[in-house]
Design a protein around this ligand. Structure first.
Ligand code: ME8
Length: 634
């Protein structure tokens, strides 16, 4: 029988700029999707965007365009990131899709016909920003408990989903199915919440005169559907209109969400499905929160980790590896670029990259790149390598990505030691040990084949390359159960030398990986002492920015016309931190005697100075009071 595997991410608010947190959840789902495909399952991997509600409407009207045009534009930001991160989602759902809206309306009508939705007069507190109702108990000093903004009283008729009656069934379901909510601590939180709160009924409508950007209620078109009710249904609706001929992916194998939205999933969504007599998903996994140097990431603090920037600097594979190696999935983590560099250099360049290049170089040196027939089977290595597949299956079923990587690394560590103990260079010295050399070299390359297969879900780009190099075939066609058998590496197969898979990142900030996730990496700045005469060679001048425009085809470069005593053109790589508009009028500092250079075909006659951190923050150096343009800085 065909085995199905259906994994989802939250659908992200389309208004948000994609950041490392969104990347985290989506890469987790991608690892699971890729692994399950290798295991021969029929996989449906869904992500998408949440596009209704007040905030979207407001942002669109601020931009002077229709909400649909606005969301059409913004959802591309997410799609672009998923392409850069090698995400293999089978579908991308948007809650503004006609197919989705139709299904939301169908389910609402079903609930209404069953008497699960009723109309009631409602009087209480409402937070317009969060589009949520609150009770007296929730509201503190007249403010919303979520966003802290002032709430208002509202009296109006609305539709309510009779959620309260599912309280006991919900508690029973969670207790009877220990793997339903993971990790365990989060399950206990939900149970604790249900123990101390009588579940209320859920207001699922908003009058159109207050909010028009939503799915109209099929039984009363004066109202639109509450965004969460609409959004949660995406997990089911996608299986009905986005999964091709296969319509039987429901129930989902796992919904992956951040801990911020566990309650809406564990309580609202579960109760909605119970009321619809539909099966519940098999698992809800709530992962932890990424912070930046201990602080919540926010636009106003300017400390949001931009995944596009990380990919550009280190590559998608390094980023994918780091976020799952560094922190146990489920716990919170603190992002540090120095720690990422440490991981790349130690784990990827050193442990793995060197293993690959040494092994292939020796194969070329001793056997002209032709895989020798093995004289004997190294049973310890064989058992270790073959055994990983079952362990991976177990760990990934529990979303224990770190443990899965530990198992794979045990093979890498073994192979590195195997080289050191067997010393192929010594075996190559005498014809008497040629048989042994053959076994060692075969075992090494065969071991690498296993590593490439196992690491492929985590680092698809480089492992596809490695597997293709070793096997001369495409990893995408592999069935892991059949491939994870010792001896499948072809004897006499020809393997060329290979470029470094993960070059070391040479930077002052490159430090060994911290031992624990909390350990701070101290970046020691090594500053060479220079003579005053050296400094005098650099001519720094103030320059007033007269005009600024983005360089076509680059998301970083901005072309500036500045007055530095004389007018000149300077190109600056600051497009991710400043818009051209906000630059005009600023007095900055430039290196005025730098040899002109061309950046993306545009000549730059100088360099704008800016302070930046390894974590990606950047600020221009400006003057703190009026001074004529072209003044010397010394
Ligand atoms: O809540 N660390 O969308 P959203 C880790 N539209 N993960 C993070 C993160 C961080 N700092 N920041 C965001 C919504 N995430 C709703 C969901 S689903 C039916 C509707 C991730 O754009 C994490 O997965 O606010 C979190 O749950 C999600 O983004 C919230 O995305």
């Amino acid at each position: 029988m065909e085995e199905f595997y259906y994994v989802t991410t939250p659908i992200y608010y389309v208004n948000d700029v994609p950041h490392i947190g969104h990347a985290y959840t989506t890469v987790a789902a991608d690892i699971l999707a890729r692994f399950n495909r290798l295991m021969g399952r029929s996989v449906f991997f869904l992500t998408g965007t949440d596009e209704h509600g007040q905030k979207v409407l407001k942002a669109a009207s601020d931009a002077g365009i229709t909400p649909k045009d606005h969301t059409d534009k913004l959802c591309e930001n997410f799609k672009k990131l998923w392409t850069k991160l090698d995400i293999t989602n089978n579908a991308f759902i948007r809650t503004t899709d006609a197919g989705h809206k139709e299904i939301v309306q169908g389910l609402l009508q079903r609930l209404f016909d069953k008497g699960e939705i009723v109309k009631r007069r409602y009087e209480g507190w409402y937070c317009t920003h969060d589009e949520r109702f609150w009770t007296d108990k929730d509201v503190k000093d007249g403010n919303c408990p979520d966003c802290g903004r002032a709430v208002e009283t509202i009296e109006e008729e609305n539709y309510f989903f009779l959620m309260s009656k599912y309280h006991d069934a919900l508690v029973r379901h969670i207790k009877d199915n220990p793997g339903y909510i993971m990790p365990e601590s989060r399950k206990n939180e939900v149970l604790g919440f249900l123990r101390s709160n009588a579940l209320g009924d859920l207001c699922i409508s908003r009058p159109k005169e207050r909010l028009s950007w939503g799915v109209a209620l099929p039984f009363d078109t004066n109202y639109v559907t509450y965004v969460w009710f609409d959004a949660l249904i995406n997990y089911y609706s996608a299986t009905q209109y986005l999964s091709g001929d296969k319509k039987d992916f429901w129930p989902a194998s796992v919904h992956i969400v951040g801990k911020d939205i566990l309650t809406t999933h564990a309580v609202f969504w579960s109760a909605m499905l119970m009321a619809l007599d539909m099966p519940l998903p098999k698992r809800l996994f709530a992962h932890g929160w990424w912070t930046m140097e201990g602080r919540k990431m926010s636009k106003s603090l300017g400390n949001v980790v931009d995944p596009f920037e990380m990919i550009e600097r280190y590559g998608a594979d390094a980023l994918r590896y780091f976020i799952f190696r560094e922190v146990t999935f489920g716990l919170d983590g603190d992002f540090s670029e120095a720690a990422l560099i440490g991981r790349v250099n130690k784990d990827l360049a050193n442990d793995l990259g060197n293993l690959v290049s040494r092994s292939i170089a020796m194969l070329n040196k001793y056997f002209n790149g032709s895989v020798p027939a093995s004289d004997a089977i190294e049973t310890e290595l064989k058992d270790l390598a073959e055994g990983v597949v079952t362990k991976l299956e177990g760990h990934l079923d529990n979303l224990a990505f770190q443990k899965a990587l530990d198992e794979i690394w045990a093979v890498i560590t073994y192979l590195n030691k195997y080289i050191d103990t067997n010393k192929p260079w010594a075996l190559a010295k005498s014809s008497e040990t040629e048989g042994r050399l053959k076994t060692v070299m075969y075992s090494l390359i065969e071991g690498l084949r296993f590593v490439s297969l196992y690491l492929y879900p985590f680092m698809p780009h480089s492992m596809e390359k490695l597997y293709g190099h070793l096997m001369n075939s495409d990893i995408g066609d592999v069935s892991l159960r059949e491939a994870a058998i010792w001896g499948r590496l072809e004897q006499e197969g020809q393997i060329q030398g290979m470029e470094q898979l993960f070059p070391r990142i040479e930077t002052e900030a490159a430090q060994p990986a911290p031992k624990s996730k909390k350990a701070e990496v101290k970046v020691e700045n090594v500053i060479d002492i220079i003579d005053i005469a050296d400094f005098a060679k650099v001519r720094l001048k103030t320059a007033k920015i007269l005009s600024a425009e983005a360089v076509k085809g680059s998301n970083k470069l901005i072309r500036l016309t500045v007055d530095a005593g004389e007018e000149r053109q300077v190109v600056a790589g600051i497009g991710k931190h400043y818009t051209p508009e906000e630059l005009v009028g600023k007095t900055v500092v430039i290196v005025a005697n730098l040899k002109p250079a061309k950046l993306m075909g545009v000549e730059s006659q100088g360099m704008v100075l800016a302070a930046s951190t390894a974590e990606g923050a950047l600020a221009l150096i400006t003057v703190d009071k009026e001074i004529p343009a072209g003044a010397l800085v010394k």
